[in-house]
Design a protein around this ligand. Structure first.
Ligand code: ATP
Length: 861
C-alpha cells in the first residue's frame, strides 16, 4: 500500500509504530539499521588535488618562473650557485603551499565546526511522552510534532493537521505555501498534500506526522546528492587581498624587468641581472598573506563564538565591522523576556474573578513537570492566576490564535455549562470591540467616560514600562459585543548588559532603531530606562502605513527613532529603505515571518531561541538572545579588520626594506646587500609568527570609539601605504644598508671595489643587512599592534602570542647568523656584537617615530 493512500491506522501499521510513538529501544535499533538522518555531503575535491592547487595559483606561477630563470642562468653560467637558488625557490613554493594549505584547512575546519554546532531539534513522541531530540537521531516510524517555524526533519506522512501549512521551496522551488491534510489521498508522493517533506518549513498551524524516510532516502536527500557541493564562499576581503597580491606580483615583475634593462645598460652581466630580477620578484610577492587573512577571519569567528555569537560565514565576520545601524526587537533582546504580572486593574473588584478566568483560560501556556512552558507573556499570566487564585476547569471548544497583525487571541470555552468567548490582547485592538463593561457585577453599556478611564490607567501602566494586556469576554459570538473586564500590566526587565552595550554603540556611531510589536508608551519608557533615547521620534503602525517611502526615508535620518506596533513585514520595509539610503543594516528576528528581513539585511541576526527558519536565514545566531552580544560581534568584526591591516602593513614594511637594497644595487655600483635566500628567510621565516600574532590581537577600546568604516574604504588606504612606503619601509631599509656598509667599511672596503660573493667580508656585510631589517621588524611588530594607541598604553606584554613570535624571530635570526648550518643555507657569516649594537638605534627610531605619530594624531572622541 502506498503511504499516501493509507489511513492513520494503516500508517501506524505500515511503519510499525503507534499513537504513543516508538519505544526508545526500538528507535535505537532503527538508528543502527537506517543510520543518522543526515544529508551526506556530495564529493568534495580530494585533499591531494586541493594541495596541488597551491602550486598553480598566480603567485606560485610567478615563483616557478623565477626558479626557471635561475636554472636557465645556471645553464648559461655554471658554477655561480644559481642552481641552488633555483632549488631554494622551489623549496619556497613548497613551504608556501604547505603553509597555505594548512591554514586554509584549519580555517575550513573551524567553519565546519561552527556549522555543526547548531543541531536542529525536533519534537517527537517516544514511549508515549513528548521530547526533543536532535534531528539527526530521527528514524522511520518516529511520531513527530510540527509547529510554526519548525523545519521538517524527514519525509513524513501527516496524521493530524491544524491548518498545518508548509513551504516546500527547498524541494520544489515553489515558494507558495501549501496547507496539508491528514486524509488519505490518491496522489503521487511528490505532489501529495498529506506528506511533509524534509527540508520544508512550517509556515503556520501545527500537526503531527509519522516519519517514513530519513537521510539520503528522503526526496531532498536524493536531489541533494545531485546538486549539493560544499563551497565556502570567498569573502569580499579575501577577494580584495587576492587582487592586491596579484597586483603586487605584477608590479614586482614589471620592476624586475625595468631594472633588468637598467642593469643591462649600465653594463652588468646577464646573470647578475637575472639574480636581480628574481630577487625583486621574491622580495615583493606577498607570499603568506592570503592564507593568513583567511585564518585570521576564522580565528575571529571562533572568538565571536566564545562571546556567544555563532557566525555562519566568514563574509559576515568582516561585514560586521561596517555596520552602521542595528534594528532590534525589544522583547527578549533588549529585555530578559522574563515577564511578571505587576499590576492588575478592573473597574471594580467584582470583575476580578472573571479577569483571572480569562487570563487562565485564554492561554496556551502549560504547567508540566513542575515547569511552566510556552510564550513568556502567557506563562506570566498562568503563573499569577495559579499562585493567587487557583486553577479553573473549563472545556475549550475552539481558538482564534494570536497573530501580530491582530495582536489579540480568543478562545471559546464552556464554563459551568455556558459557552463564552474569552479575548486578550493589545488595548487598541480589544477595547474597540467592547460595547459593555463589568461594573458592580453588572453589564453596563460602554461610554466615553469609562473608556477614558481605561485609557488613562493603561497609559500610566505603560509609562512605567509595563506591557499592558486588555481582557474581555462575550456571551454572544466570539469577539462581538464584548464586555470589558480589566487590564493587566506585565513587567519585563531590561537585560543588565544592555545599558553598556548601548553606550558603546553611541560611541562607535552605530545607530540603534527599536522596532517593536509593543505599544509606544511602553517602548518609550523602556528605551529611556536603558539610555537608548532621550527624546525620540516615535512612529506607530498607523502613521507608518500612511507614509510614502520618500517620507519615511526622510524620517529614517532621525537620530533617535522608535517604531511601534510593527509586524515583520514592516520590519522588512524599514530595512530595505535604510539600505536604499546607504546604511549597512543588522536586523534581529526570531519568527518565521522575520526571514525576509533577516535575508535582506547586511547582517541578519537570529535568536538562539528562535525558529529554525529564522536561524537558517541569518548570518549570526545569538546563543544568548542578548542585544549586548550583537555589539560584541561588531567590536570583534572591527578588530579583525584592523588586525588584518596591521599584519599587512607589517608584511609590506619588510618587503620595502627588502626591495631597497636591490634598487641600490641596480643604481649604484655596489655589491648586492641582501641575497635572495636572505629575503626568503624574512618572508617565510622571521616575519610569519609575529604577523599571525598581530592577526590575533584582541579588540582595543579604540575600535569602538570611531565611526564604522565606510564599505567603500579599501583595505590598503593611502595613509597606510604612504606610511609603509615612505616612513617605516625606508627606516628599515636604512637599518639594513647601514649594517651592510658599516661592516664593509670596518673591513677596509673602498667604494667601487668589487667583492667576491664567497668572501667572508661580503657574507658578514649581508648578514648585518639582514640583521638590521629583522631588528627593525621586531620594533615594527610592537608598533603595529595599534594604529593609534601607544604601546605603553596597550601594554608591552599584553599580546603573549606576539612575544612568543618575537622570541622565535630572534632565535631564528641567531640560528641564521651564528649556527654553521644557518650560515650554509643562507650564505651568512657570524658578525660581532658591535654590529648588532649599531643596528638597535634604527629599531628604536622606528618605534619612536610611530609613538610620536600616535601621540600627535590622537583620535577625535
Ligand atoms: P518585540 O517585537 O519588541 O519583540 P513583541 O514580539 O513582544 O515585541 P508581539 O509579540 O508582536 O511583540 O506583541 C505585540 C502585542 O500583542 C503585545 O504588545 C501585546 O499587546 C499583544 N500580545 C502579545 N502576546 C500576546 C498573547 N499571547 N495573547 C494576546 N495578545 C498578545
Amino acid at each position: 500500500m502506498k503511504i499516501t493512500e493509507a489511513t492513520t491506522e494503516e500508517v501506524f501499521k505500515l511503519l510499525d509504530t503507534s499513537e504513543s510513538g516508538l519505544k526508545e529501544d526500538e528507535a535505537k535499533q532503527r538508528l543502527i539499521h537506517f543510520g543518522y538522518n543526515e544529508i551526506k555531503e556530495s564529493k568534495k575535491i580530494p585533499l591531494v588535488l586541493r594541495f596541488l592547487r597551491q602550486f598553480t595559483h598566480f603567485l606560485a606561477i610567478i615563483l616557478w618562473l623565477a626558479a626557471v630563470l635561475a636554472f636557465v642562468s645556471d645553464y648559461l653560467h655554471p658554477g655561480e650557485g644559481m642552481r641552488h637558488l633555483g632549488f631554494a625557490i622551489i623549496g619556497v613554493i613548497f613551504i608556501n603551499a604547505v603553509f597555505a594549505f594548512a591554514q586554509e584547512y584549519k580555517a575550513e575546519k573551524a567553519i565546519e565546526k561552527l556549522r555543526l554546532m547548531l543541531p536542529f531539534y525536533v519534537k517527537v513522541v517516544r514511549d508515549g511522552t513528548q521530547k526533543e531530540i536532535a534531528a539527526k537521531d530521527i528514524v522511520p516510524g518516529d511520531l513527530i510534532i510540527l509547529s510554526e517555524g519548525d523545519k521538517v526533519p524527514a519525509d513524513s506522512r501527516v496524521i493530524e493537521s491544524n491548518f498545518l501549512t508548509v513551504n516546500n521551496a527547498p524541494l520544489t522551488g515553489e515558494s507558495q505555501p501549501v496547507t496539508l491534510t491528514h486524509e488519505p489521498l490518491q496522489e503521487e508522493l511528490i505532489e501529495s498534500k498529506n506528506i511533509a517533506f524534509a527540508g520544508a518549513t512550517v509556515v503556520s498551524g501545527n500537526g503531527r506526522a509519522v516519519v517514513f524516510a530519513t537521510g539520503m532516502n528522503t526526496e531532498f536527500g536524493r536531489i541533494a546528492h545531485l546538486t549539493e557541493t560544499v563551497q565556502i564562499q570567498e569573502t569580499p576581503l579575501q577577494k580584495e587581498i587576492a587582487r592586491t597580491s596579484k597586483f603586487v606580483a605584477a608590479f614586482a615583475t614589471l620592476i624586475g624587468v625595468v631594472f633588468f634593462i637598467i642593469g643591462h645598460t649600465i653594463g652588468r652581466s646577464f646573470w647578475e641581472n637575472f639574480i636581480f630580477a628574481i630577487g625583486v620578484i621574491v622580495a615583493l610577492v606577498p607570499e603568506g598573506m592570503l592564507p593568513t587573512v583567511t585564518l585570521s577571519l576564522a580565528i575571529g569567528s571562533q572568538r565571536m563564538l566564545k562571546r556567544k555569537a555563532l557566525v555562519r560565514t566568514l563574509t559576515a565576520v568582516e561585514a560586521l565591522g561596517s555596520i552602521t545601524v542595528i534594528c532590534t526587537d525589544k522583547t527578549g533582546t533588549i529585555t530578559q523576556n522574563k515577564m511578571e504580572v505587576k499590576k492588575i486593574w478592573t473597574v471594580d473588584s467584582q470583575a476580578l474573578e472573571m479577569l483571572m478566568k480569562i487570563a487562565y483560560l485564554c492561554n496556551n501556556a502549560k504547567f508540566v513537570d513542575n515547569q511552566y512552558k510556552g510564550d513568556p507573556t502567557e506563562v506570566a499570566l498562568l503563573k499569577y492566576v495559579k499562585e493567587n487564585t487557583g486553577d479553573f476547569v473549563a472545556e475549550r471548544v475552539s481558538e482564534i490564535p494570536f497573530d501580530f497583525e491582530r495582536k489579540r487571541m480568543t478562545t471559546v470555552n464552556i464554563i459551568d455549562g455556558i459557552k463564552v468567548s474569552l479575548t486578550k490582547g493589545a488595548i487598541e485592538t480589544v477595547l474597540p470591540l467592547c460595547n459593555y463593561a463589568m461594573i458592580n457585577g453588572e453589564k453596563v453599556e460602554m461610554n466615553e467616560e469609562i473608556k477614558e478611564k481605561i485609557n488613562t490607567v493603561s497609559h500610566s501602566l505603560m509609562d512605567e514600562g509595563l506591557r499592558v494586556l486588555c481582557f474581555a469576554y462575550s456571551q454572544d459570538e466570539p469577539e462581538k459585543d464584548m464586555i470589558f473586564t480589566g487590564l493587566i500590566g506585565l513587567e519585563d526587565p531590561p537585560r543588565p548588559e544592555v545599558k553598556d552595550a548601548i553606550k558603546k554603540c553611541h560611541e562607535a556611531a552605530v545607530r540603534i532603531i527599536l522596532i517593536t510589536g509593543d505599544a509606544s508608551r511602553t517602548a518609550v519608557a523602556i528605551s529611556k530606562e536603558i539610555g537608548l533615547v532621550k527624546n525620540p521620534l516615535v512612529i506607530e503602525a498607523e502613521e507608518f502605513h500612511k507614509m510614502s517611502d520618500t517620507e519615511l526615508k526622510e524620517k529614517l535620518k532621525e537620530k533617535e527613532l522608535l517604531f511601534t506596533r510593527m509586524t515583520p513585514k514592516d520590519k522588512l520595509r524599514i530595512v530595505t529603505l535604510l539600505q536604499e539610503v546607504g546604511e549597512r543594516v543588522a536586523v534581529t528576528g526570531d519568527g518565521v515571518n522575520d526571514a525576509p528581513a533577516l535575508k535582506k539585511a547586511d547582517i541578519g541576526v537570529a535568536m538562539g531561541s528562535g525558529t529554525d527558519v529564522a536561524k537558517e536565514s541569518a548570518e549570526i545566531i545569538l546563543l544568548d538572545d542578548n542585544f549586548a552580544t550583537i555589539v560584541n560581534t561588531i567590536e570583534e568584526g572591527r578588530a579583525i579588520y584592523e588586525n588584518i591591516r596591521k599584519f599587512i602593513s607589517y608584511f609590506f614594511t619588510s618587503n620595502v626594506a627588502e626591495l631597497v637594497p636591490y634598487i641600490a644595487y641596480a643604481l649604484f655600483k655596489i655589491p648586492l646587500p641582501l641575497t635572495v635566500m636572505q629575503i626568503l628567510s624574512i618572508d617565510l621565516g622571521t616575519d610569519i609568527l609575529p604577523a599571525l600574532a598581530l592577526g590575533a590581537e584582541k579588540p582595543t577600546a579604540e575600535v569602538m570609539k570611531k565611526p564604522p568604516r565606510s564599505h567603500k574604504e579599501r583595505l590598503l588606504n593611502l595613509k597606510l601605504l604612504l606610511r609603509v612606503f615612505l616612513v617605516l619601509g625606508p627606516i628599515e631599509a636604512a637599518a639594513g644598508l647601514f649594517g651592510f656598509f658599516y661592516v664593509l667599511h670596518s673591513g677596509g672596503w673602498q667604494w667601487g671595489q668589487a667583492l667576491s660573493s664567497k668572501s667572508i667580508l661580503y657574507m658578514q656585510a649581508t648578514t648585518a643587512c639582514l640583521t638590521g631589517i629583522v631588528l627593525a621588524q621586531v620594533a615594527n611588530g610592537f608598533a603595529s599592534r595599534s594604529f593609534s594607541e601607544s604601546i605603553l598604553s596597550i601594554g608591552i606584554f599584553s599580546n603573549k602570542f606576539l612575544l612568543a613570535g618575537i622570541v622565535f624571530e630572534i632565535a631564528l635570526q641567531l640560528f641564521i647568523v651564528y649556527y654553521p648550518l644557518g650560515n650554509i643555507i643562507f650564505s651568512t657569516h657570524p658578525i660581532p656584537l658591535t654590529a648588532w649594537l649599531v643596528l638597535i638605534p634604527f629599531a628604536m627610531v622606528l618605534l619612536a617615530v610611530e609613538e610620536i605619530r600616535k601621540l600627535t594624531s590622537s583620535l577625535p572622541r
